[in-house]
Ligand binder design. Structure first.
Ligand SMILES: *[C@@H]1O[C@H](CO)[C@@H](O)[C@H](O)[C@H]1NC(C)=O
Ligand SMILES: *[C@@H]1O[C@H](CO)[C@@H](O)[C@H](O)[C@H]1NC(C)=O
Length: 253
């Protein structure tokens, strides 16, 4: 009997079950009524746990994950992959500064709520929210409104709702600073393109002006030469051949 118990404990240690709770978190099972295969979900509550990063050993059957009110500064690419049942993710009140292309890869299909409010997010990869079906909360972040943000929001399912809550701390567009993202209806991607187009135009105009002035100078110079030549010819005593030559020159001029 004692031996059996011992081996059971040993087995539990050697093969940690899928639902081992990460350190500092509280895990609770709850009933999921509308999923056929999994009748129970796992609520993983890591709220206010002084976490500096996202735990690497999150249970695979996590459905609700609360990581709010910690000191998490980064969301590494593919950190939530394997959490095939994740529906709700709360990362609010952390220190996240930016989001890469693959931050939420693996949970695009299942995630329904993503709370990123009260972080330090200024910029995101243009595809950070691509394919996400979730309602994304992005309030209270020091957003820098630029082309990438416009593309990221454009790719969201509930983009209008998210965009309405983005306040531009800084922006590519001066008059957008301190104002809601939606207040200025300008294509920020075209703006960047237009700036380079403008530089190209100025450069091309510069070259063109140089060529034109050279041509004008050249023509003037030639005119001068021709006139002098003509005057010289007129001053010569006239011979039968000369008027022809003079005619030729005036045609050229
Ligand atoms: C999660 O944990 C926090 C802090 O430990 C607590 O205040 C909160 O009530 C918990 N929430 C749930 C849904 O268990
Ligand atoms: C996330 O957690 C914060 C508290 O830390 C709470 O105010 C907020 O409502 C939660 N977000 C969602 C979507 O439940």
């Amino acid at each position: 009997m004692w031996l059996l118990l011992q081996s059971l404990v040993l087995m539990a240690l050697c093969f940690p079950s899928a639902s081992m709770c990460p350190k500092g978190c509280v895990c609770q099972r709850f009933d999921l009524h509308h999923l056929h295969l999994h009748h129970q979900g796992l609520n993983v509550n890591c709220s206010q746990s002084r976490l500096k990063e996202i735990p690497g050993d999150l249970p695979v059957d996590t459905v609700v994950l609360r990581l709010d009110r910690n000191h998490i500064s980064a969301v590494p690419d593919r950190v939530f992959r394997g959490l095939a049942l994740l529906r709700e993710l709360n990362l609010s009140y952390n220190a996240v500064e930016t989001l890469g292309e693959g931050a939420f890869s693996g949970v695009e299909a299942t995630l329904q709520v993503l709370d990123l409010s009260h972080n330090r997010i200024a910029s995101v990869h243009k595809d950070a929210f691509a394919r996400l079906k979730a309602r994304v909360v992005v309030d209270d972040n020091p957003w820098h409104c630029d082309c990438a943000l416009q593309q990221a929001i454009g790719g969201m399912a509930h983009n209008h709702e998210a965009a309405a809550r983005v306040l531009c701390r800084s922006s590519e567009l001066r008059d957008q600073e301190g104002r809601p993202f939606l207040a200025v209806d300008t294509d920020l991607c075209n703006l960047a393109k237009r700036t380079t187009d403008y530089a190209m135009l100025v450069t091309m105009f510069g070259w063109f002006a140089m060529v034109i002035s050279y041509v004008v100078y050249y023509v003037r110079q030639n005119q001068e030469d021709a006139r002098r030549h003509l005057e010289y010819l007129k001053s010569l005593p006239s011979k039968p051949k000369k008027p022809d030559e003079a005619d030729d020159i005036s045609t050229v001029v």
